[in-house]
Design a protein around this ligand. Structure first.
Ligand SMILES: *[C@@H]1O[C@H](CO)[C@@H](O)[C@H](O)[C@H]1NC(C)=O
Ligand SMILES: [Cu+2]
Length: 180
């Protein structure tokens, strides 16, 4: 009885640690957070977003909000009327559950037009482009960024399954040692 619980608990714990180690949380805007003065373009281009990662929007509730927009043109024009989703808690978590680009803006009147918006491209095997990984090259050439991106994400997928396999093996080794 006690042994079984111990095993289940360690299985759960190892799985939790493995998951936490693999998925990253990105606080949007870094230490400045989701504020009007933050430079979200440079913040986003310095990040690598992977499937499973989370965005956290931190701001003073009531001053700002987080509105998800459907596409590039809505993003460019700050078309808040086309919002897919809206959050205003001040500590809002968004999970990046698939590859592709997502668009977020502040819903407070005028803030989006002042630049309070961010475009997040999550890398994946089907992602067309990603934020340039080399900050020295700002000529905007992203033609071969996609190959780098898919290699990276394939490698991280391999790492994911490896970590999971390793965790499972460790737990079952533990079980065998205990039982036999
Ligand atoms: C962007 O989304 C808006 C609102 O849903 C829609 O009216 C518009 O046609 C879309 N534009 C493109 C280029 O898909
Ligand atoms: Cu705002």
């Amino acid at each position: 009885m006690g042994l079984k619980n111990t095993i289940l608990l360690s299985l759960f714990f190892v799985a939790l640690v493995a998951k936490k180690g693999l998925a990253a949380q990105h606080v949007v805007g870094g230490s400045q957070g989701w504020e009007e003065s933050t430079d979200f373009n440079s913040w986003a281009s310095a990040q690598k977003f992977k499937v499973g990662d989370q965005l956290v929007f931190k701001y003073t509730s009531g001053l700002h909000s987080v509105v998800e927009l459907p596409n590039e043109s809505a993003f460019k024009n700050c078309d808040l009327g086309s919002a897919l989703d809206s959050k205003k808690g001040g500590n809002d978590v968004v999970k990046l559950n698939k590859a592709g680009t997502r668009y977020f803006a502040c819903g407070t009147l005028g803030h989006c037009d002042q630049g309070m918006k961010v475009k997040i491209t999550t890398a994946g095997s089907t992602a067309a482009s990603s934020p340039a990984s080399s900050s020295s090259n700002d000529d905007g050439s992203s033609s071969d960024a996609s190959t780098t991106t898919s290699t990276t994400s394939a490698a991280s997928a391999n790492f994911n399954s490896f970590a999971l396999f390793f965790a499972m093996t460790a737990v079952w080794a533990l079980v065998l040692v205990y039982v036999f």
